[in-house]
Ligand binder design. Structure first.
Ligand SMILES: Cc1ncc(COP(=O)(O)O)c(C=O)c1O
Length: 388
């Protein structure tokens, strides 16, 4: 396994504003909302030589196998409010919201995706009675495409990488089509900022779970990075003036656009093809609006290879957590960080420290999961007893 651990030369002490409380209130009105689990993984902690490892398992969220629906749902809602010029209140559940928006139909939501964000946008479109047009990079595994088609989306495979898919999706904007992208570009900033706000619910849930169990805030937080929108949410939460843990961002070795940008001192493109199995992280350019928070708030960049992700998936399965390939990235990053002499030295007294690992997806490609982990995802965490 190969990994690279690099301190962030741009780190500063800037404080960032917290997102509006309306985000959490919105998510509570989504169907089947409930906080995802925060799990203690004592065996993993012992093996890695750290006091405690907490795993936030974003493996099933609002009925989908990744955290992305939190950003996609809130940003879709805000984009529709902006399109209407008013809030479509009152509504208490998604069916009532869909009824209040029925006059907009036919109406389309469009986006580009590596998989999870597009599926979340397609899911939102279906709930609201809209259509979805999703653009994906060439070579995307068919189970991921089929999952979006099952939500009713029209999926277009673009002859190019994720950045080419983003460019194609941006062309769709019009009177009857909203582009709900999780990355940003000049002139397209509000909706991706709301995607970032949407992810804040995860961190509030973590705080609530820690309070409820009488546990202190983590000393180290490990977050996977594609375009860095999710990391921007982590930085907003942990660099707002309250507890300020060490933050590590994890990328694939050949899609290390956030690390490369920090080392260059400015947003930098890392050309593809990006072929990591951690497909959610196969991005060549950080999101423009996420970038200031990434530059200022991250302490360590960790670049890992696919073998490390596979190993982490197996270890998480042993800890009863179903993590897909991208979902394994955080633990893979933590492992690399904890064997790096400089990172170890800066963290110090590891046996007294708590690391928070965010597992951002479940088994988004069940056949691949079974190949890598050696068992079906449905059996993970189940104790099977022989029937007499
Ligand atoms: C499962 C998963 N984890 C992490 C990420 C990275 O999020 P971001 O692109 O906001 O950095 C993605 C992005 O698609 C993802 O699908």
């Amino acid at each position: 396994m190969t990994a690279r651990v690099t301190p962030n030369p741009l780190r500063d002490d800037r404080r960032w504003p917290v997102p509006p409380v309306a985000v959490g209130e919105f998510h509570h009105r989504m169907p089947a909302y409930s906080p995802t689990l925060l799990l203690d993984a004592p065996d993993l902690a012992e093996r890695l030589g750290i006091g405690r490892i907490l795993v936030k398992a974003e493996t099933r969220r609002l009925g989908l196998p990744s955290f992305k629906i939190l950003g996609a749902s809130w940003a879709t809602y805000r984009a529709i409010c902006a399109h209407l010029g008013y809030e479509p209140e009152p509504w208490g559940n998604i069916n009532e919201l869909a009824a209040n928006l029925a006059h907009l139909r036919p109406f389309t939501l469009a986006t580009a995706t590596d998989g999870n964000h597009g599926r979340a946008v397609a899911f939102m479109a279906r709930l609201l009675g809209f259509q979805a047009r999703i653009f994906v990079p060439a070579g995307m595994a068919s189970p991921r495409i089929e999952a979006m088609q099952r939500e009713g989306a029209v999926v277009t495979v673009v002859d190019g990488d994720y950045d080419d898919a983003v460019a194609r999706s941006a062309e769709q904007a019009g009177d009857r089509c909203l582009v709900v992208s999780d990355t940003s570009w000049p002139g397209y900033e509000t909706i991706p900022a709301q995607v970032i706000e949407g992810y804040s619910t995860i961190f509030h849930e973590i705080d609530d779970a820690l309070d409820a169990s009488g546990l202190a805030q983590p000393d180290l937080v490990v977050v996977p990075m594609g375009v860095g929108a999710f990391m921007a949410a982590a930085v907003s939460h942990y660099r707002c003036g309250g507890p300020s843990p060490v933050i590590a961002g994890v990328e694939p070795l050949d899609a290390n656009c956030v690390e490369a940008s920090a080392l260059a001192g400015t947003i930098t493109h890392v050309p593809g093809p990006h072929r990591s199995i951690m497909v959610g992280l196969n991005c060549g350019r950080p999101s423009m609006i996420a970038w200031p928070r990434l530059a200022s708030g991250i302490d360590w960049f960790v670049a890992v290879d696919d073998d490390a992700a596979r190993l982490a998936m197996r270890e998480l399965a042993d800890a009863a957590v179903v993590a897909g390939e991208t979902g394994g990235a955080s633990l893979a990053g933590l492992q690399a960080l904890l064997v790096d002499p400089d990172a170890r030295a800066s963290l110090s007294a590891l046996s007294e420290k708590t690391a928070l690992v965010i597992v951002t997806e479940g088994a988004t490609d069940p056949a691949a999961y079974e190949r890598i982990v050696g068992r079906r995802h449905e059996t993970v965490g189940r104790v099977l007893t022989a029937m007499r």
